[in-house]
Design a protein around this ligand. Structure first.
Ligand SMILES: Nc1ncnc2c1ncn2[C@@H]1O[C@H](COP(=O)(O)OP(=O)(O)OP(=O)(O)O)[C@@H](O)[C@H]1O
Ligand SMILES: [Mg+2]
Length: 378
């Protein structure tokens, strides 16, 4: 079912929790809302679920205004951030509860509980009480209870937050499979975890202080963030944001970083309006910096290794360049094992992976090639 959110606002006393949120989620899409704690994720989901009233704006579900839809006809289910199962009821009874409420015939209840339990791998727990289930099983039981009435719109509020790393990984995969199986169910999934949002969402909306700042596919968010906030939210380890200054140098222009001068010509068009001396923020992904090989062309700079963090398959290196600029880089283990703390290394940067932002506003400055393509399309 299609979900349309139009200019929704919500205030709690002095707190503006939502400042005009607009979004359209097509029927059957897995849409992720990514935002830090306090951004307004739960508030937005509660408003979509009809539990909370917005101060302004409107919600359309399947083309009908939420206010005109009787609760029974909403076909919406929500899994809450702090889910609660009925402690005195077995898994079977917890799953059956919404169906009993809806006066579904006894035989149908049995069949549908069995189906959902099978899908969520809960069959072996049907006779047991929540306190005897593992964290992941409890979580899946809460999800099953939301799914059992086959909602056309499923709202998930940080459903994996209380699980350990391994279970999170398994349950992420499980959600994607579930979404494929349910097909027509629209899912809105709120999380502060970029990995969850990017790995599951077909599209991701970034929520910041009650505003949606960018809606894009995971790869577009990573490669062409609209501002330095999105850039720093997306990607692991986080992007390095380095202050730079725009300079005139001979015939062309360059961007001076504390440890490197970058040719500014890839941003020629977009930088046209900025005078020399403009303060910029340069985004360097940890994946876009590596130890230079002798013959390698392109930008490079000397650095000293400050810290190494081996993670098994990759190693995160903290380096210091240009006096006191800390940078992070990530290397495959086979390249990293020779590098030790306090080593002097020469680093290379992939200029194609550099993101540029205006320092004052944080707004992205796009490469000229992309600007030209966008202009041609317009
Ligand atoms: N009932 C309430 N009364 C007062 N303030 C509230 C209420 N509910 C939410 N807020 C405030 O609104 C803002 C958004 O809260 P919300 O719970 O939607 O954030 P969130 O993105 O879900 O955060 P988290 O990731 O921590 O769950 C916060 O500043 C919060 O303190
Ligand atoms: Mg929340």
């Amino acid at each position: 079912m299609e979900l349309v959110i139009g200019d929704v606002q919500k205030r709690f006393g002095a707190v503006e929790a939502l400042r005009g949120v607009s979004l359209t989620v097509p029927s059957g899409e897995f849409f992720a809302i990514l935002g830090p704690s306090g951004a307004g994720k739960t508030t937005l989901l509660r408003i979509i679920a009809g539990i909370e009233k917005p101060d302004g704006g409107r919600i359309l579900i399947g083309g009908r205004d939420l206010n005109d839809l009787p609760v029974r006809a909403r076909d919406t289910a929500m899994v809450f951030q702090t889910f609660a199962l009925y402690p005195h009821l077995s898994t079977f009874e917890n799953l059956a509860y919404p169906l009993r409420e809806a006066k579904v015939p006894r035989e149908d209840i049995k069949r549908r509980v069995a189906e959902v339990a099978e899908m969520l791998r809960l069959t072996h727990t049907l006779a047991r009480k929540p306190s005897t289930l593992s964290g992941g099983e409890q979580q899946r039981c809460a999800i099953g209870r939301a799914l059992i009435r086959r909602p056309k719109l499923l709202l998930l509020d940080e459903p994996l937050t209380n699980l350990d790393a391994k279970l999170r990984h398994d349950t992420r995969a499980e959600f994607k499979r579930l979404h494929r199986e349910l097909r027509t169910t629209t899912i809105v999934y709120a999380t502060p975890d970029q990995l969850e949002a990017l790995s599951m969402g077909a599209r991701v909306g970034v929520l910041r202080q009650g505003r949606i700042t960018q809606v894009d596919t995971p790869s577009a968010l990573y490669e062409t963030p609209d501002d330095d906030f999105v850039a720093s939210l997306v990607g692991d380890p986080p992007i390095n944001l380095v202050p730079g200054t725009l300079r005139e140098s001979g015939g062309g222009r360059s961007i001076d970083l504390p440890f490197l001068g970058l040719d500014a010509s890839p941003w020629r068009g977009a930088l046209g309006g900025f005078p020399a001396g403009t303060k910029l923020t340069v985004g360097l992904r940890p994946q876009a910096i590596w130890p230079a090989v002798a013959a390698e062309a392109g930008p490079r700079f000397p650095a000293r290794v400050y810290l190494t963090e081996p993670l098994g398959d990759v190693t995160i290196l903290d380096i210091v360049a240009g006096g006191d600029t800390r940078l992070r880089m990530v290397l495959p283990q086979e390249q990293a094992y020779r590098i030790a703390v306090d080593d002097a290394i020469e680093c290379a940067v992939d200029p194609d992976q550099i993101c540029l932002f205006a320092q004052e506003t944080g707004t992205s400055i796009r490469r000229t090639a992309m600007g030209a393509r966008a202009e041609a399309a317009a």
